[in-house]
Design a binder for this molecule. Structure first.
Ligand SMILES: Cc1cc2nc3c(=O)[nH]c(=O)nc-3n(C[C@H](O)[C@H](O)[C@H](O)COP(=O)(O)OP(=O)(O)OC[C@H]3O[C@@H](n4cnc5c(N)ncnc54)[C@H](O)[C@@H]3O)c2cc1C
Length: 392
């Protein structure tokens, strides 16, 4: 079995790496990238996205009819991985979730309005599925959509909407048919984030990341803001969630963390004695290196399925579950092995590795929740791969 990139794919990876070296800047890149740390917007980050667009790298796997280059999906993966290793902004939401869903299900008008702007890297999106009573059970969303002349009136609340505080557009699910079974009464809408009646309140996570509550008070969503067919939203959400686990869960941040930790264990000392001589250190280092390799292999199964045109549901769940839980184990190992100083916050004097593992210790918990919790991934694996009954 050949898991390696082809010569052309390697050339592309080298081209992206060279671009990133040329454009490396602390204004654009996080020194200590975490998985979801895509929650800050600055003019420098937008200018960087425009540069990716100039290279033709945004939407490169889309059909030519919509301005894409019909490059195989593996190229999107190579780009995202390289960006994630450098802690650079990633185009996953616009290109991978919104763009791909509009291509499959959106109206011609919506395609013309949004696809070119996504390809130019001009617009940012926020995704609104979760609500106070609809997280793991996202199909239970209750944001109320009432039919009015020329569109819909939206009333209710979303929670955990990452990027709402800087996004240009809001991609959200609302209940358009309250009488239908819960999976069949949801419609997807795409509305401007500055629509009248929308208000946003910050929520800070234990990983220092900002996400948001969003309140709807009579927000008007015109008929043309409906994505695809009325009441078919849940089908599109499920398709997009599979894409999210693929397009937005790169392994780069875990690789960088393991690299940093193993480097510190090789070089570090405790009470004058080299850490690398400690049996506990050597044992856990070997285990961490093995877990990273397992995560890489699971990710390649996801990619292999996606590149064949399949929907890698079970593979994505196995990858997300293992990779995120391994991230937690790496952070735990760092705090155990690097000594008490590893509990110092980023920026504190004397914090080993700039305090990255204190933050990582808190952040890796968040990773196991966003995009579907670890328990939900286990449910998917139990049901779809093992034929076991649902837990609910
Ligand atoms: C940082 C961050 C960013 C996010 N960004 C977004 C975003 O941009 N847009 C968006 O729509 N959502 C977003 N989310 C929401 C995320 O998808 C939900 O938090 C997640 O799906 C869990 O839902 P919940 O928080 O309501 O927890 P709950 O569903 O209430 O779960 C609570 C606990 O019960 C467990 N549990 C629930 N159901 C089951 C079950 N059937 N079997 C076994 N265990 C179960 C869960 O695993 C969890 O441990 C974000 C979340 C975080 C933390």
């Amino acid at each position: 079995m050949d898991f390696e990139l082809s010569p052309e794919e390697r050339d592309f990876e080298r081209e992206v790496e060279a671009f990133l070296r040329e454009n490396a800047s602390p204004e654009v890149m996080d020194a200590h990238p975490e998985q979801l740390s895509q929650t800050v917007d600055t003019p420098a980050k937008r200018a960087f996205m425009a540069k990716l667009a100039e290279r033709g790298w945004l939407g490169m796997s889309w059909p030519k009819a919509y301005g894409g280059a019909e490059r195989p999906g593996i190229y999107d993966y190579i780009l995202t991985e390289a960006l994630s290793r450098w802690g650079a902004p990633q185009p996953g939401k616009g290109v991978g979730i919104v763009g791909k869903t509009i291509i499959r299900h959106g109206s011609e008008r919506m395609k013309r309005a949004f696809l070119p702007r996504i390809m130019r890297g001009e617009i940012e999106f926020a995704i609104g599925y979760s609500e106070p009573g609809a997280g793991s059970d996202a199909a239970n969303m209750q944001l109320k959509a009432t039919k009015v002349d020329g569109g819909w009136r939206l009333d209710g609340q979303k929670i955990w909407t990452t990027s709402a505080h800087f996004a240009d557009y809001y991609w959200l699910g609302a209940r358009t048919d309250p009488a239908a079974p819960k999976h069949k009464g949801i419609t997807l809408f795409l509305i401007p984030m500055n629509a009248a009646g929308l208000s946003i309140r910050p929520t800070w996570t234990i990983g220092d990341e900002r996400t948001n509550e969003v309140f709807f008070d009579g927000v008007f969503a015109p008929d043309e803001s409906v994505v695809g067919q009325l009441n078919q939203g849940w089908t599109y959400v499920c398709e997009a969630l599979d894409l999210e686990r693929f397009a937005m869960m790169p392994i780069g941040p875990l690789e960088k963390k393991v690299e940093a930790l193993l480097g510190a264990l090789r070089e570090g000392t405790r009470e004058g004695r080299p850490l690398r001589r400690e049996p506990e250190v050597r044992s856990r280092a070997a285990r961490i290196a093995t877990e990273l390799e397992v995560a890489r292999m699971l990710q390649r199964r996801v990619i292999a399925e996606a590149v064949k045109g399949g929907v890698p549901t079970v593979q994505s769940s196995m990858y997300k579950l293992f990779m995120n839980e391994a991230g937690k184990r790496v952070a735990n190992a760092a705090l155990d092995l690097l000594g008490p100083g590893a509990q110092l916050k980023p920026g504190a004097a004397g914090a080993p590795l700039g305090g990255r593992f204190e933050r990582s210790y808190r952040y890796t918990v968040v990773d196991t929740i966003g995009g579907g919790t670890s328990e939900i991934q286990k449910n998917i694996i139990a049901r779809r791969a093992l034929g076991l009954p649902a837990s609910y």
